[in-house]
Unconditional design. Structure first.
Length: 66
């Protein structure tokens, strides 16, 4: 760890990187907003195509007693 991040390979292909815990904490803290920040944003979280209420046709309720 003194030489910086360490690359871990599996069968010759890069699979993971080992970094010091302090570096990992810094990266994860800056990488994602907190839940509070996400809930308070004005940005759209996704486009949901919700039809207007009452426009969907309902199937008849068929109840068979046994």
């Amino acid at each position: 760890m003194k030489d910086g991040p360490q690359l871990v390979t599996k069968r010759g292909k890069a699979q993971a990187v080992l970094v010091p815990l302090s570096e990992w904490a810094r990266l994860t803290k800056n990488a994602q907003p907190s839940l509070k920040e996400l809930l308070l944003t004005d940005h759209t979280r996704g486009d949901l195509n919700i039809p207007p209420r009452g426009s969907a046709r309902r199937r008849p309720n068929v109840f068979v007693e046994r």
